[in-house]
Design a protein around this ligand. Sequence first.
Ligand code: PEP
Length: 254
Amino acid sequence: MRRKIIAGNWKLNKTISESIRLVNTLKVKIVNVSHTDMIVCPTFISLSAVAEALKGSNIQLGAQNLFWEENGAFTGEISGPMLKSAGCSHVIIGHSERRQYFGETDETVNKRLKAAISAKLSPIVCVGETLHQREENQTFDVIKAQIGGALQGFDTSELRELIIAYEPVWAIGTGKNATPEQAQDVHSFIRSQLEVLFQADFAASVRIQYGGSVKPENADSLLSQPDIDGALVGGASLDADGFAAIIKSSENLI
Ligand code: PEP
């Protein structure tokens, strides 16, 4: 049985004091949650302060990106060991906004994944097709290439903490979520790809989150699908009530 995992991607939102306020409010709302892993991913600048605010709670901390080198002349970048030292346990890699606006490719996702693993950060690797690709019936080909490219060169012992987030680009921040059936179809395809690339028991153990306009109103129907093991939540994670309600949907499905 895979444990559900709900992560909040705050993107470019919240100052340090707003971030602390948000987790302090959230902490109170999720005190009784015990069957769901919970992660918040603030901006880099808020990580240490949020780590401090999260002490004693069971909410974990994630970053939104990392660079593949550990240190050196790479102005503006941040490395795995630095994120670890700020209190992170998780890191998002290859979010579609990184792919769309910052030139992220399957090859750079692969390099970042290597860096996350060597820093002992649990990676959340994002994949997903654009609307055009879906309309051209390319969804499975795109996902296959993204999974293959991201995971190339790894063995299962390195990928024990791997989390995959399926985030159809057309559903991110648009208010238009994939139907539970559309999401389940792709999640099950991702699992079948993991089986082809690795082994069946590994494929069965990997947690696959859905992301794309997850809200309290649609969380139940998405999270109750057999291959949907959690959610990567953008907009709705910026509000403590909304995010807590999504976490509780997951908790109630146990
Ligand atoms: C995301 O940022 O990963 C995301 C899914 O955003 P939203 O929930 O706002 O669609």
